[in-house]
Design a protein around this ligand. Structure first.
Ligand SMILES: Cc1ncc(COP(=O)(O)O)c(C=O)c1O
Length: 378
């Protein structure tokens, strides 16, 4: 049987990962500045993570949500402690799209309304409801376009207010720092206004922290910089360091009801063990601090390179903007210098999303390679 051919693949077969490096089947070593779409938070095959998962698998890997699983509570408590946010409850699922899908459904249940506002260049996933609130018509099927979803300019508080005034909006969903869209971030003023408008119109504010959360921006959650309190926060990518785990944090003012949300796999024992290990390592190894301080270093190094026209993002969610399209440059970096980087919907942006325990020296390797590769573009 063939695989359904939906991914354009690089001809590379990784067989081993260690920290910020992956190794292919021929023994080539690659510096991973992309973490497989921002997923690798604590580094590939971190020994404490591997031990925790192995130990858990020897005990019990899975049982469904029809029995007690104390690991879920342990994960929730740890998440509260490491993130510093209080008075939320946790619902566990398996991916970013699923987290957002649950967030939208819950907002609609809670408010009794059915329309959702999303922003220009947003990416919230590929399943039915969340692809409807993603700003990419090419990935929406006719089935997906049946949802009541309205796009508003990112940062346009007036347009947002006009829509919310219609009083049929269940949720406003947004990425504090846009990932796929190209690292744009709204102002604190805009986020405060959006939060205030949602409150006064009985609309749920959903922060999609699937990519930006878990310390990637130098704060545990990207929204924390702006002093807002979203009603629902969706999480995934860095949460399991590659093990598929997602979730939503729900303000305690939103009441649960049996059957409202549910999943077979979400919150299973192995997933929780992965989630707990990740949080312990983030805390113990001070990875949020590392993320914040390394951005300053990257900024200094980026300033030495005249072809970089703009440095976007914060922490270890970084965009280097050039005045040419970067597809070929990315290929050069990968095949000539063995460095993985990422793309964005802005074709001139190189996205850097490394493991959060990456070191300065690894960025030195990258900048050295970048300078050599850029000789072909000036
Ligand atoms: C901000 C954001 N939300 C949601 C998703 C969807 O997550 P998943 O691919 O795990 O469904 C992504 C994936 O790139 C994302 O970047």
């Amino acid at each position: 049987m063939d695989l359904f051919d939906v991914y354009p693949l690089y001809d590379i077969t990784p067989v081993k990962g260690e920290g910020s490096y992956v190794y292919d089947k021929d023994g080539n070593k690659y510096l991973d500045l992309y973490g497989g779409h921002a997923v690798i938070s604590i580094g590939h095959s971190h020994p404490a993570y591997v031990n925790a998962l192995t130990k858990q698998l020897r005990e019990i890997g899975f049982y469904s949500n029809s029995v007690k699983n104390p690991l879920q509570q342990e994960l929730a408590s740890k998440l509260e402690k490491v993130s510093g946010i209080n008075d939320y409850s946790l619902f566990l699922c398996n991916s970013g799209a699923e987290a957002n899908e649950n967030a939208l459904k819950l907002a609609s249940f809670h408010t009794g309304k059915d329309r959702v506002i999303y922003f220009e260049k947003a990416f919230h996933g590929r399943t039915s409801g969340v692809v409807a609130v993603t700003d990419n018509e090419a990935i929406k099927s006719p089935f997906n376009t049946g949802h009541k979803a309205t796009k508003v300019g990112f940062g346009d508080a007036e347009a947002l207010e006009e829509e919310l005034k219609k009083d049929d909006v269940a949720a406003v969903i947004f990425e504090v720092v846009q990932g796929v869209g190209g690292l744009d971030e709204g102002t604190t003023e805009f986020y405060l206004k959006a939060a205030e408008l949602c409150k006064s119109h009985n609309t749920i504010l959903i922060a999609d922290e699937v990519q930006a959360g878990y310390g990637r921006t130098g704060d545990f959650f990207a929204f924390q910089k702006h002093g807002i309190r979203p009603d629902i926060i969706s999480i995934a990518k860095g949460m399991g360091n590659g093990f598929p785990v997602g979730g939503i944090l729900i303000d305690n003012a939103i009441e649960p009801k049996y059957g409202m949300l549910g999943t077979t796999f979400g919150g299973n024992h192995l997933a929780c063990a992965a989630g707990i290990a990740v949080l312990e390592i983030i805390e113990k190894e001070k990875l949020i601090e590392n993320s914040k301080s390394l951005f300053e270093y990257v900024k200094e190094r980026a300033e030495e390179i005249p072809q970089i026209k703009n440095l976007k993002g914060r922490g270890l969610m970084i965009g280097l903007e050039f005045d040419f399209e970067v597809a070929e440059l990315r290929k050069d970096l990968l095949f000539r210098h063995q460095i993985f980087t990422g793309a964005a919907s802005n074709k001139k942006l190189l996205r850097i999303l490394p493991p959060l325990n990456i070191k300065k020296e690894q960025f030195d390797t990258f900048f050295k390679a970048l300078k050599i590769a850029l000789k072909n573009y000036s």
